[in-house]
Design a protein around this ligand. Sequence first.
Ligand code: SAH
Length: 353
Amino acid sequence: MADRLCQMIDRIYEYGQADKEILAALIEEICCFENNDALEYLRQLAYKTAHKYFGNRIYTRGLIECTNICRNDCLYCGIRKSNQKIERYRLDKEDILDCCEEGYALGFRTFVLQGGEDGAYTPSFVADVVKSIKENYGNCAVTLSFGEQESDTYRLWKEAGADRYLLRHETANKRHYESLHPSWMSYENRVRCLYNLKELGYQVGSGFMVGSPYQTPLHLAEDLLFLTELKPHMIGIGPFIPHKDTPFAGMASGTLKQTLVMIGLLRLMFPKALIPSTTSLGTIAPDGREQGFLYGANVVMPNLSPVAVRKKYMLYDNKICTGEESAQCRSCLDLRVKSVGFELVVDRGDYKE
Ligand code: SAH
């Protein structure tokens, strides 16, 4: 069995792709059974691939969680509109610029502005914030992540100077997508947004949750194939973790192993992609992010949000890094990255062909 699985992994390493059925079988065999030799083989090839393109460098991005107000109602998400138990907040322009100032001093050269789909974050407001960040820090990249927007809005933000946009597709199976989202959201629109963003010249990040409710190995294989078509520059994945005040409160989390397997496969299929080791991975296991690097992840996104709001941006239960100052997060990650033989680098870390 191990030989057969290793052969499949070899082929993915060699060709960068595989059929849906092969991917699904491989994911199932490694994740659901004790195929530790195959798992270790995947890890080694993924590590080798990341090392070939990025050496021991891990890129860092400062994450600013700008608003937890959201018009959407994704069933898995703690800041969904129907959650009446959370205290809502919204950073204003000055707050965001203060985070950037602190981040810049700590060495960050990419700022990621993320939030819910908040009506007060109008196209012109966000454009104005982006312009100011670019005026103050011309050598920094600005990444936005404010969900689904009109194409004209994405264009305005691009013209204001935004470089990148993160929008996970969440799942590439339409029926599965519908089981995770309210009726007014559509898979088609999500995908349309992603292609719009690409066409506008953004460096685009997509991705999915691992172990989300009702997900099967076949869905995960579809996620990989969707990404081979989209060809994103960045791919963010992390385990699904339930939030107590959502309809998925009682559901099981995605596992560490499953997430590492998917990071490893992504690295083989997208050798040059920027793949973060996410906060959710660090939440399900104390050394989750370190393990992510060993499976080919090459980005971390420490929190730059004001400490006063961090506990309010609870997408899922027990989220880590909600108590520390930004400087503490930065130095903690520095140590974590070093502990597994990597080095945190502070340049913009653009995608390179
Ligand atoms: N509103 C933005 C940002 C969403 S939050 C958008 O739509 O893109 C960023 C990511 O957090 C989401 O894309 C989702 O994949 C992840 N997320 C949300 N709830 C989660 C949960 N319960 N467990 C794990 N990840 C979650």
